[in-house]
Design a protein around this ligand. Structure first.
Ligand code: NAI
Ligand code: MG
Length: 335
C-alpha cells in the first residue's frame, strides 16, 4: 500500500476527489489515502490556507492528489498551489492534452504535452508598488539551472516515451534576458538529444499555430506564465478544462491535480466533471508504477465515453451528473 496525501480542496473539489478515489479503489489501486485540509475552507476553519499539519504530512509522504483550491483575486492569501509548488520544489508542471473518443471538438488527433517551468518566471510573487495605487511592478526570474532542469525533464520524457519533437516557446525578441536565457539553455540541451527534433517558437506565433494546426506539436517546454496560458489553450483543443489532468513533479516529491479551478458556479450541484482529476490520478499511478491499474481505468473511461455518453456530465455533452458518470466507469471496470 502506498500512502498518498489527499487534499479534497474547495468548490467542486470534494465531489471530484470522492469520485476519483472511488474509481481508483474499484480499479484495485494500492493506495492508502491520508486526507488533509488546504485552501479557502482551511483558511476559514483554521486561519491559514495551508495548516502546518498538512505541510508536515506532505513532507512525510511526498506524494499528493489535490482537488482545486480557491484563491482570492487581487488581495488576500497567496495561492496555496503556487506555495506548495515552491515549498516542495515541484519544478515540472506536466500537462498532457490528448483528443478523447466522442468528445465534441473541431480538432482530432491532438496529442501534446506541455512542460511548464513551475518555480520561477513571473510567479515568484515579487511585486511592489512604486507609487501606491498608481504604479506597480513585477519581477520575473529565470536562472540557468532552473531552465536546464525543466528542459532536461521535457527531453528525458520525450526520450523515454518515444516522442519525436520538442518545441521550446519563448519571447526572446522582447524579453531578451529572461526568456533569451531560457532559449539559450534549450539550444544547449537539445544538442544532447540529437535523435529528438528541436524547434523554438515565439509565444504569440505559438498560440496561433496551436489553433491552426495543433497536430504538429508533440512536447512543448516553456516558462511559467506562457505554460500556464498555453496549457489551458491546449485543454481547449481537446474538450476543455474538465478533461485535462496535470502533474507537478520535483526530484523527491510530486503533486497531481486537475488543471481547472474550484468552479464555484457549479459547486455542490453534481455537475462537476471528474475526468480531469481522474487523468491526474492516472499520471500518479504511472509515477507509482501501478501502470496496470492506470490502463484499466483508461480503457473503462474510453468505453464509457464511447458507448454511454449520456451518463457523462453536461460540459462534455452528456445528460448525467458526477455520480452517474462515476458509477458507469466503476461498472465498466468490473467487466
Ligand atoms: P475554473 O476552472 O474554476 O472554472 C472555469 C469554468 O470551467 C467555469 O465555468 C467552471 O464551471 C468550468 N469548470 C471547471 N472545472 C470543471 C469541471 N471539472 N467540470 C465541469 N466544469 C468545470 O476557473 P475560475 O472560475 O477562473 O476559478 C475559480 C477558482 O479556482 C479561483 O479561486 C481560482 O483561483 C481557482 N483555481 C484553482 C486552481 C487549482 O487549484 N489548481 C487552478 C485554477 C483556478
Ligand atoms: Mg492556470
Amino acid at each position: 500500500m502506498q500512502d498518498i496525501v489527499l487534499i479534497p480542496g474547495d468548490g467542486i473539489g470534494p465531489e471530484i476527489t470522492s469520485s476519483v478515489t472511488k474509481i481508483l479503489r474499484v480499479a484495485g489501486a494500492e493506495i492508502n489515502w491520508i486526507e488533509c485540509k488546504a485552501g479557502e475552507g482551511a483558511f476559514k476553519e483554521t486561519g491559514t490556507p495551508i495548516p502546518q499539519e498538512t505541510l508536515d504530512l506532505i513532507n512525510k509522504h511526498r506524494i499528493v492528489l489535490k482537488g482545486p483550491l480557491t484563491t482570492p483575486v487581487g488581495s488576500g492569501f497567496k495561492s496555496v498551489n503556487v506555495s506548495l509548488r515552491q515549498e516542495f520544489d515541484l519544478y515540472s508542471n506536466i500537462r498532457p492534452a490528448k483528443s478523447l473518443p466522442n468528445i465534441d471538438s473541431p480538432y482530432r488527433n491532438v496529442d501534446m504535452i506541455t512542460f511548464r517551468e513551475n518555480t520561477q518566471g513571473l510567479y515568484i510573487g515579487k511585486e511592489q508598488w512604486i507609487d501606491q495605487d498608481e504604479h506597480a511592478e513585477s519581477i520575473a526570474v529565470v536562472t540557468r539551472n532552473a531552465s536546464r532542469r525543466i528542459i532536461k525533464a521535457a527531453f528525458e520524457y520525450a526520450k523515454s516515451h518515444d516522442r519525436k519533437k520538442v518545441t521550446l516557446v519563448h519571447k526572446a525578441n522582447i524579453l531578451k534576458l529572461t526568456t533569451g536565457l531560457f532559449l539559450e539553455v534549450g539550444r544547449e540541451v537539445a544538442k544532447e538529444y540529437p535523435e529528438i527534433e528541436f524547434q523554438d517558437l515565439i509565444v504569440d506565433n505559438m498560440a496561433m499555430q496551436m489553433v491552426l494546426n495543433p497536430q504538429q506539436f508533440d512536447i512543448i517546454v516553456t516558462t511559467n506564465l506562457f505554460g500556464d496560458i498555453l496549457s489551458d489553450l491546449a485543454s481547449g483543443l481537446v474538450g476543455g478544462l474538465g478533461v485535462t489532468g496535470a502533474a507537478n513533479i520535483g526530484d523527491d516529491a510530486a503533486m497531481f491535480e486537475a488543471v481547472h479551478g474550484s468552479a464555484p458556479d457549479i459547486a455542490g450541484k453534481s455537475l462537476a466533471n471528474p475526468t480531469a482529476l481522474l487523468f491526474s490520478a492516472m499520471m500518479m499511478l504511472d509515477y507509482l508504477d501501478q501502470k496496470n491499474v492506470m490502463y484499466r481505468i483508461l480503457s473503462a473511461l474510453y468505453r464509457v465515453l464511447q458507448d454511454q455518453k449520456y451518463v457523462c456530465t453536461p460540459d462534455i455533452g452528456g445528460s448525467g451528473n458526477t455520480i452517474t458518470y462515476t458509477e458507469a466507469i466503476c461498472a465498466a471496470l468490473k467487466y
